[in-house]
Write a protein that binds this ligand. Sequence first.
Ligand code: PEP
Ligand code: MG
Length: 592
Amino acid sequence: MTFSIHGLAVARGIAIGRAVLVASGRADVAHYFVQPEQVEDEIERVRRGRNAVVEELQRLQVEMPADAPHELTALLDVHLMLLQDEALTGGVKHWITERLYNAEWALTTQLEVIARQFDEMEDEYLRERKADLEQVVERILRHMKGVALPVVPPAHSPRRKTPQGLLPSDMLDTPLVLVAHDLSPADMLQFKQSVFAGFVTDVGGKTSHTAIVARSMGIPSVVGARAASQLVRQDDWVIIDGDAGVVIVDPSPIILAEYGFRQRQAELERERLTRLRHTCAITSDGHKVELLANIEQPGDALAAVRAGAVGVGLFRSEFLFMGKSGHLPGEDEQYRAYCEAIDGMQGLPVTIRTIDVGADKPLDKGHKDNHLNPALGLRAIRWSLADPVMFRTQLRAVLRAAAHGKVNLLFPMLAHQHEIRQTLAQVDLARAELDARGAPYGPVQLGAMIEVPAAALMVRSFLKHFDFLSIGTNDLIQYTLAIDRADEAVAHLYDPLHPAVLRLVADVIAQGQAQGKSVCVCGETAGDVGMTRLLLGLGLRSFSMHPAQILAVKQEVLRADTRKLAPWAQQVLQGDEPEDWREPVEARRQGF
Ligand code: PEP
Ligand code: MG
């Protein structure tokens, strides 16, 4: 039966596909397709992993002291029984043979299927066996590590048929959409090269970092869909409407046909926009506007250049540091990554932001931030200044990379004068260290992110110390309105049009202009076509956003006349009621 789930629209577009449920904490398992000729090997890998665990448990049984508690021996029996269970082994074989999933993916998919069945059981004892099953699968996965087959790139995905008559005949490739309770930004990054055509998560806000990475992939996504991971079953047909933030489960043929049509329309619109790629972003009254790219990894530079970005306005360097089990990349490794991004941008400038971990960007997903208010805790520049050795390692790597191309260095979340002083002192020290070593390095422009209200309110003093400013609206909204950007429960209060936010943004732009210094907006607002005119009206001439959004924003710029927008923007600024402006903003988002 068709039903829909409402969440938050994160990345635009429509995805239609079959649901793949990924249990929390299982997202780090590789997801790729194997070739038909690799099926037997994959099944063999699972078999070997399972046999190794059986041997391990049997050994434990033998070595168990005679006076061991009965519960322990009973537990081993249960684990051994689960390992032999046809529901597990047969199911895994099915996913590998029928779907060509790699062994680990097949194993975790089947785990999810059986776990559901356990959840639905009346008997509490049996329901609790789910945890045992998870432990058994964990053991198999551990044994399988190191004997994985090479990853097959998504282009080699097998073609699979849609159910007869359900979808138009030209859609023979059925995409898969991932449904999970939660995904960390690092998980999301793993899925960047993956096979999934859409993402749905139960939790998360519109500008949570998970949502940001999903948007950067340009893949339709919905977050904050509450119970989606419980309501959707493995393999269900699902439509993700990334424009409306709706997930439709088990759609009827008529709904499928409608969404299939909308999907093709969106594709045509995307193709039409690509014609703007080489067009300069100039308003109709002649103001040049800089459209830059936000990237997470050096490899994203390619997408940035393809989208016609005139540089990188925000390289979120923390993504280089994530998922490394606490092993931070050294100076040379970072240097190579920065050089790769610089080379990828083919002579265009690259703004590298120093590490910004903490809050919803843990270094490792297992590394839970137990502080009461992680968003207000030791994150971003606070984290860097708390570990100057690590901080200077990054600074030296960036300074060295600056010898290869135009580099700007950006610092996140500064709020205090003493933080500014300490940060600049660390840059001087890093230069001195390179001098002492005789290592070459290049010049960098230094910039501060304005993402804390305190910084926006004392912007004049920031302008004294820095060459440029970049407004991080994601955090500026979060901290001005006291709304956790990653919490879907308060997502309705997260408002870029709130007069307090607009006044802070307007003031920073105006002060920057008055001092002749560049001010960019690099938060998600910059890539929101509903906001482009307002920001232009407020005087903004530099926008940094995910490459996937550049052409749509460019279209808005080309149509804009700042002579009309400036007085309108002042009117918006003086008003107290954001509702008055919501309609035109929404209309631009819908493309009217
Ligand atoms: C911001 O806060 O707007 C920003 C660009 O930084 P991040 O989203 O990485 O916190
Ligand atoms: Mg920020």
